[in-house]
Design a protein around this ligand. Structure first.
Ligand code: ASP
Length: 346
């Protein structure tokens, strides 16, 4: 998708954007919004949001999540959202589906290991009030998202890693198990044959699930969980467990999540950037597009992929990626299916 002609903004608005360090790019990208409930409130995100907690009392629920494994995830989330459940519960329940699915080789159980054969998982969760928790470099627990939620609810911390995260998971009663399936082991062993122990970095070898939900009370939440880049170096942590990188939610504005090459997302605080652009008046679609362009400004794209999803508190959605092929599952009343995201390059 190519950018449309920049819109003019008033001098004071330009000055504000400049001072905020966000530039005019967000507002200069006028592509159409991929909207779940967008036609209901097309103007709402054009004005700066108030700093309340984001609950509006009555909303139409929406859930969207990355890649094909988003479809069953959305099913589980929708089962809660459509019966009065909270966005937070829906986000957790949704991403637990691919976490438990051995066929999903980029998330949870069945995830491809690092180059030394360890399945190490990253996840985080965040609600509309800014409560959040994450785990990184966690081994032996199938549902890192639920451990992340416990970090949020049971500790004074935001992020636990490695052995400490595993110890905490055990203390919380999660069951330890071997997550390396025979199929994932076979793939890894085949890669070892000619992989030269060098982590491959390209658009093909990863696929996180990031999920954003809006419930009937107007609460937003998000969850992000992954086994990360296949055959990564042992100890490598991507964007997915990092609040602001793989996921960010502000109940007064909206939420965003990322998938793709985590290092590229971390360098621009990707999900935080998307939400802040929405706060300045960009639509979810404009914000996703501007964040991808921010990455493209300074980073070598080679054949790498990054995709963002966004959802604002009015239920409008956005999706944009560096390159074609990024799709996502979108569910709201009357719709449940896959959508292709627009991209910078085909
Ligand atoms: N963002 C994840 C990571 O870098 C992988 C992915 O989403 O494809 O670990």
């Amino acid at each position: 998708m190519s950018a449309q002609r920049p819109k003019r903004s008033s001098p004071s608005r330009r000055r504000f954007l400049h001072q905020a360090g966000l530039g005019g790019a967000a507002l200069a990208l006028g592509s159409a919004c991929s909207s779940a409930a967008g036609s209901k409130a097309p103007e709402a995100a054009q004005t700066p949001q108030s700093a309340d907690s984001g609950t509006s009392g009555s909303n139409k629920p929406v859930v969207l999540s990355t890649w094909y494994h988003g479809l069953p995830a959305n099913d589980a989330a929708w089962a809660l959202l459509s019966t009065g459940g909270t966005a937070l519960d829906a986000a957790e329940a949704g991403v637990r589906i691919p976490e438990a699915d051995p066929q999903s080789n980029s998330v949870g159980y069945g995830g491809l290991p690092d180059r030394d054969g360890h399945v190490t998982l990253d996840a985080c969760i965040m609600d509309h009030e800014g409560h959040c928790g994450g785990v990184a470099f966690l081994e032996g627990y199938k549902h890192p998202i639920s451990v992340a939620r416990k970090v949020m609810e049971e500790t004074p911390h935001v992020l636990l890693t490695g052995q400490g995260a595993a110890q905490f998971a055990a203390e919380m009663g999660f069951q330890q198990e071997d997550l390396l399936t025979p199929e994932a082991r076979a793939d890894w062993q085949e890669w070892l044959r000619d992989g030269h122990h060098a982590p491959p970095v390209n658009a093909q070898n990863h696929d996180t699930i990031g999920l954003l939900a809006l419930d009937g009370e107007g609460r937003l939440a998000g969850a992000c969980t992954t086994s990360g880049l296949a055959y990564k170096m042992h100890g490598r942590v991507g964007d997915s467990p990092l609040i602001g990188a793989g996921l960010y939610v502000d109940g007064a504005v909206g939420g965003a999540t990322a998938t793709g090459m985590g290092e590229m997302v971390i360098k621009v605080c990707g999900s935080f950037l998307v939400v802040e652009l929405m706060r300045q008046g960009a639509s979810p679609q404009e914000a996703c597009e501007a964040a991808v362009r921010r990455i493209a400004e300074r980073q070598d794209l080679e054949d790498r992929q990054v995709g963002f999803l966004a959802l604002d508190r009015q239920g409008r959605t956005g999706a944009f990626a560096i390159r074609g092929g990024f799709n996502y599952a979108l569910t709201h009343e009357g719709q449940h299916g896959m959508q292709d995201a627009a991209s910078l390059v085909p």
